[in-house]
Design a protein around this ligand. Structure first.
Ligand code: F0G
Length: 465
């Protein structure tokens, strides 16, 4: 059996609710019959007639790591056999050599969580410093192939940064809709630098999504939010790359933050497909963590048994996941069921402590990524994760995305004006957690420009360490 060529892996679109299989997607990437989301599937990948020989595929992907070809060097396009075919790819592919992100061991966080074997796959090490680049390279390339002049997204910041960069690289114009005041400066500044038309709307993320959905019906712009199934396909590669890094030995658990729920859906889809193609022999449990103040999916599963999603007004300092009406909740639900994963929610204080712990391991991440460690601690306490099980956290954004949060935490004024208890949805402050936060705080020390003062500070730090 040889490696299948693209024609053998032809992908088709299918509605996740009614099963309709349209030949192409409309401007809003929703099913024309019932309005639900579309996904790609691969009719050729049947269990009885496998198209891929797993060992040959793994060897090909490994070989591409030494290639000088731009697509082979991308941690997304290197795995193109598992992605839908884009015609005339050489002409249309837009790549910043995304993917290729490190897998780090987290010894300090492992002790804090009570597990022996803990890793972080740091998707914040992508070109625009978040996981969005893996989906964006693929979706922007498909927009280019579709001859769109304009691409657009609603965003809490990272999607817009990523989209603006890929649009610029592909000579397309980009329109960004972001909630005014509730995104970090780091992310906003990226969109500006990459030349996007950036509109700060006086609403939240969910409000931006509503306006954009109406806009794409009237204007020929390509929607690049994660309802676009090309985004999901590109984001699958984080899971493929992770498994390659683990020598194709699946961890027991993978833990991801949940916002609009595209990423969890993508990683879960990749796991199921890899199992189907016999690239891995078993499925890790994929668990999804939300901030307590932005927990519609948590409530969907825990309160409504997955039957409905009750949209809410979301609030959390982890602004990336400040989302009350996640588009991909049905896809994420399917992933939870398929892998046997859990859903958890964490408080603002738990997020802040977990973020500082990830920082103290010399790694760092943005607040939304830290919900994974905070969630792991809860899943350990509930017994869902056992001490001897292996766990991988997906860190979705770089620490420098939101330095305001970090500085406020270390100065001790992160919750000023809100207090953790006062932050919507934060719940009762946990005293042990608050004490832990104090231990982790490293406020800058302002001193006279005097050697003795610096030595005094050094000696004091040594005594306290
Ligand atoms: N982590 C970070 C850093 C994010 O930026 C996001 C989403 C998520 C987690 C959640 O991922 O939405 O796929 O469940 N950010 C989007 C944005 C919504 O516009 O940048 P999800």
């Amino acid at each position: 059996m040889s490696i299948a060529q693209n024609t053998e892996t032809a992908a088709k679109l299918r509605c996740i609710a009614c099963g309709a299989t349209p030949d192409s997607a409309g401007q809003n990437f929703r099913c024309a019959a019932c309005g639900d989301l579309l996904e790609f599937f691969f009719p050729g990948w049947t269990a009885d007639s496998p198209v891929f020989e797993p060992a040959a595929l793994k060897a090909l992907w490994l070989k591409r790591r030494t290639s000088r070809d731009a697509l082979d060097q991308s941690g997304v396009w290197r795995f193109r056999e598992l992605l839908p075919h884009i015609p005339n790819l050489e002409e249309h592919a837009i790549t910043l050599r995304e993917g290729n992100t490190p897998l780090y061991r987290l010894p300090r966080c492992a002790r804090a969580a009570g597990v022996e074997n803990l890793h972080a796959k740091h998707q914040g090490m992508n070109p625009t410093a978040s996981f969005k680049d893996t989906g964006m390279t693929f979706a922007a390339s498909s927009a280019h192939q579709g001859k769109f002049r304009w691409v657009a997204c609603a965003s809490t910041g990272n999607t817009s940064a990523s989209m603006a960069a890929y649009a610029a690289r592909g000579n397309m114009h980009s329109l960004v809709l972001i909630p005014e005041g509730k995104i970090s400066w780091g992310k906003l500044s990226q969109a500006l630098d990459y030349g996007a038309l950036t509109c700060q709307l006086r609403t939240d993320f969910d409000g931006c999504v509503r306006i954009l959905s109406d806009l794409v019906r009237q204007k020929p712009v390509c929607l690049l939010n994660s309802v676009n199934p090309y985004r999901i396909e590109g984001q699958k590669t984080a899971a493929i790359e992770l498994l390659e890094q683990l020598a194709w030995e699946p961890p027991d658990h993978i833990i991801v933050p949940g916002g609009n729920l595209g990423n969890s859906s993508a990683i879960g889809k990749a796991l199921v497909e890899m199992r189907e193609l016999k690239l891995i022999s078993r499925l890790p449990k994929l668990s999804i963590i939300q901030a307590q103040g932005a927990n519609p999916f948590y409530r969907c599963v825990r309160e409504f048994g997955g039957k409905k999603l009750d949209p809410m007004t979301a609030d959390t300092l982890a602004t990336a996941i400040r989302i009350g009406n996640p588009a991909s909740w049905k896809k994420a639900l399917r992933v939870l069921k398929a892998t046997g994963g859990e859903v958890e929610q964490v408080t603002e204080l738990e997020i802040a402590v977990a973020k500082a712990e990830i920082g103290a391991d010399g790694i760092g991440c943005e607040p939304a990524s830290a919900v994974t460690l905070a969630g792991l601690k809860k899943l350990r306490r509930s017994g869902f994760v056992k001490p001897g099980e292996s766990v991988v956290l997906i860190l979705t954004g770089h620490a420098l995305k939101d330095p305001d949060f970090t500085i406020k935490f270390h100065r001790g004024d992160l919750f000023d004006g809100t207090s953790d208890a006062g932050t919507p949805g934060a719940g009762t402050p946990d005293e042990a957690e608050a004490a832990q936060a104090k231990c982790l705080q490293r406020a800058p020390v302002v001193l006279e420009a005097d050697l003795r003062a610096v030595i005094g500070a050094l000696d004091a730090a040594e005594r306290n360490s």
